[in-house]
Design a protein around this ligand. Structure first.
Ligand code: PSU
Ligand code: MN
Length: 309
């Protein structure tokens, strides 16, 4: 009863749930803080359509006027893509935004929380947050990792950007018991590139096998998420050395500007975009669409397995 006053489902999601369709959650920070307008709205719509074509129902999650929205209308998506005062919302921001009836774009962490509340198990995005380089001193570790440790939602992503310390991010996930599955890969993808020097825990080839792993984890009561790391399609992948010098420069400028807290990730993402002259945006769009296709296939299999038992 108490919970209901905070959450609103779109008609499409309600009908999808009634019809027993698989629902796929999508985040909104990527729309408001991750991509420029109008590409953000266009991409969000195309990603939703890919999920529909695969026979699932997309549920883009955001907070509008103090309500958690599970599924956005076209007008709401358009508003979110342009509105200047949308707060980047992670776990710690949710209570304030809901109570003060503001607008919030949910990060991976906050989207996982809302998806779990809505009964959605599969979530598609671009990249997760992680342990930042230099975290030994700054203690800058994304709340996404703690969420993966506790909340029962699988996140399909293209790994994490190497603005982060990918090695420490893997260590953190290991400590917290979060499986990192490579989707047809042994190497942890680094968002713009298909490979990194780090290995995933297991290389999984099919959506069926992925869904069985999720089911086994949650059947056993092993709470927490799973990272399903799906490399960027080959034709859109960027060159490793080009990317690493751009990322080094973005990190230097962030340090010079003394950027801290929740501003760090959006600042670095913006700098990388600027320094790659838009090439990174094309890569970003391509990988999210690819994740949507794979995520929808996994969601279908997971739904079938749930029904069978
Ligand atoms: N990494 C990306 N693109 C993104 C983000 C991260 O490559 O859009 C966003 C996601 O919403 C992620 C958030 O959950 O940034 C992490 O922010 P922070 O590091 O402040 O936790
Ligand atoms: Mn941070």
């Amino acid at each position: 009863m108490e919970l209901k006053q905070y959450i609103e489902f779109s008609r499409e999601v309600i009908e999808g749930m009634e019809d027993g369709k698989a629902i796929v959650a999508l985040e909104s920070t990527i729309i408001s803080h991750g991509m420029p307008y109008p590409q953000n709205v266009k991409t969000a719509r195309e990603v939703e359509d890919i999920i529909r074509t695969e026979g699932c129902v997309p549920a883009t999650i955001a907070i509008l006027n103090g309500k958690v929205k599970i599924g956005l209308s076209d007008e709401e998506l358009e508003y979110l893509g342009q509105a200047p005062n949308v707060i980047k919302a992670s776990r710690r921001d949710l209570p304030y935004i809901l109570a003060s009836k503001k607008d919030g774009a949910t990060t991976v962490a906050a989207t996982m929380i809302c998806a779990e509340l809505a009964g959605i198990s599969i979530f598609v995005t671009g990249g997760i947050g992680g342990v930042h380089r230099g975290a030994q001193e700054t203690m800058d570790i994304s709340a996404d990792l703690e969420e993966l440790a506790t909340t029962n939602v699988a996140v399909v992503c293209a790994g994490a950007k190497s603005i982060l310390d990918l090695g420490l991010t893997m260590e953190y996930l290991e400590t917290k018991g979060v499986p990192v599955l490579g989707y047809k890969t042994d190497s942890l993808p680094a968002f713009y590139t298909r490979e990194s020097p780090h290995s995933v825990n297991y290389n999984i080839d099919t959506p069926e096998e992925t869904a069985s792993i999720l089911k086994a984890k949650w059947d056993l009561g092993l709470n927490g998420g799973v990272v399903i790391a799906n490399p960027i399609p080959r034709e859109y992948a960027m060159k490793e050395d080009e990317m690493s010098s751009i990322i080094e420069r973005a990190l230097r400028e962030a340090a010079q500007q003394q950027i801290t807290g929740k501003e760090v990730t959006p600042y670095l993402l913006g700098k990388v975009k600027e320094l790659t002259e838009g090439k990174s945006l094309l890569a970003n769009i391509a990988l999210v669409k690819h994740n949507a296709r794979v995520g929808a296939e996994i969601a279908q299999c997971f739904q079938l397995q749930k029904v069978r038992t």
